[in-house]
Ligand binder design. Structure first.
Ligand code: C2E
Ligand code: CA
Ligand code: CA
Length: 395
């Protein structure tokens, strides 16, 4: 189906050059050196638009806005001879406008990269994915039943102390095991729980399961602390801090064994209420971690006001820091900032030895990611831990 490419660039040599290749690969290529002509025509979903961001008359951002207004469903490839960061912000802008941006290319265009990109896109457009209606979308009723029938469970992912190589903390990540639809990941039901007023009940289940697993480890002298994820809605509920403090007190558990992770963006939405509850929790000995750090809008003064013990650098920066100088600089700044503020620094999304080596050289404290282990059920965790620590003793 994908047979059309529109190439929009004020430089005729560029449109000519790209259309020669497009034709060679079997596409019908249209060239536009005047962006106004391009904006006049209709575009269809099976078309790719290669768009230069630096053109006279109308700039690239304006073209993107106009395409969004026309509800354009073609796939865009953005090009510029300028700084790659400009391309990245334009890419984000496309996302905000619900436009599909395939990739960004700096000039001079790398032809083999373009060829691979088009081939990948063409393949993705072949009808091989199940139709959207085949993806099950849970309702409030389904989630209520899941809570009632104990269909939620936790998987645990180790966090490695970079200095010692030891693991004494795991992050608890919730999953839903549905009798018909199998294992469902949190991105598909946490937003539903938040919208439908079920998040307090869900978080309570998560805490109960985490404490239950934790107690079994702690009784076996396994010093494993647990991190759980909490939602801003939990924090706004004034009973939440009270509930946690009482639970740990009644079960004679040290609060230091539990870390609470809250994302930076959620925190900012509920600033006043967060400050109150989080300060109370911290005063009672729980560790507090800002999750997905770098993706939200926290100002330094906010960081200063809430007594966080830890910064968790978002995995998008960690995963791309080997190819992206900006991401690398962000990771390094987060490590420095956390140390200046006397906080622990955790990097998530550590997928390779190279990632690990960079973090170690920066002085990051903890690392979590597929390089060490994927999240796993509690039953597998103990075996994983003894293997991990055994290797370290003998290696
Ligand atoms: P998160 O807190 O940022 O958790 C990390 C996510 O990254 C997890 O996805 C984890 O499986 C994944 N991950 C870990 N290491 C790597 C890696 O090396 N590479 C890549 N690509 N991914 C990695 P998961 O389990 O699907 O959780 C998604 C999100 O759902 C979590 O993001 C968290 O925001 C939310 N979530 C999970 N459990 C709970 C919960 O009990 N309560 C609440 N409120 N939210 C939860
Ligand atoms: Ca987390
Ligand atoms: Ca995160």
């Amino acid at each position: 189906m994908l047979k059309h490419i529109s190439i929009v660039d004020d430089d005729f040599q560029v449109t000519q050059f790209l259309s020669v290749f497009a034709k060679k690969w079997g596409y019908a290529a249209k060239q536009y050196t005047d962006v106004l002509n391009f904006l006049d025509v209709e575009h269809h979903p099976h078309e790719v638009i290669m768009l230069d961001l630096n053109m006279p008359n109308v700039d690239g951002v304006e073209v993107i806005r106009q395409l969004a207004q026309k509800k354009c469903r073609s796939a865009l490839i953005l090009m510029t001879g300028h700084d790659e960061r400009i391309l990245k912000s334009a890419q984000i802008l496309c996302k905000e406008y619900n436009l599909q941006c395939l990739d960004i290319l700096t000039k001079p265009i790398n032809v083999s990269k373009l060829k691979k990109l088009l081939a990948r896109f063409k393949q993705s457009r072949e009808p091989q994915e199940p139709p959207r209606s085949a993806i099950w979308i849970p309702s409030k009723h389904d989630l209520t039943q899941a809570l009632d029938n104990n269909e939620l469970l936790l998987h645990f992912q180790p966090q490695v102390n970079i200095n010692t190589g030891l693991v004494n903390r795991v992050e608890a990540l919730v999953r839903w095991y549905h009798p018909q639809h199998g294992l469902i990941y949190p991105d598909r039901f946490i937003p539903l729980a938040e919208q439908e007023g079920l998040i307090d009940q869900l978080t309570q289940r998560v805490i109960e399961m985490a404490v239950w697993e934790g107690q079994a480890w702690w009784e076996n002298n396994k010093e494993i602390n647990i991190s759980i994820n909490i939602s801003a809605h939990n924090i706004c509920n004034y009973d939440f801090a009270e509930y946690l403090i009482r639970l740990f007190h009644d079960n004679k558990l040290p609060a230091s064994q539990l870390s609470l992770e809250i994302t930076e963006s959620q925190l900012m939405m509920q600033w006043g209420a967060s400050l109150d509850a989080l300060t109370r929790l911290r005063m009672n000995g729980f560790s507090l971690s800002i999750d997905d750090f770098g993706t939200g809008y926290s100002s330094f003064s906010h960081l200063h006001k809430i007594p966080f013990s830890e910064i968790k650098i978002d995995k998008s920066f960690v995963m791309s820091m080997t190819q992206d100088a900006t991401a690398l600089a962000i990771v390094e700044s987060c490590v420095l900032l956390s140390h200046k503020l006397g906080m622990t620094c955790v990097a998530e999304g550590v997928e390779s030895q190279q990632h690990f080596a960079i973090l170690e050289s920066m002085g990051c404290n903890m690392a979590q990611g597929y390089y060490f282990a994927r999240p796993m059920p509690a039953t597998e965790l103990l075996a994983w831990l003894s293997h991990w620590h055994g290797q370290r003793c003998h290696g």
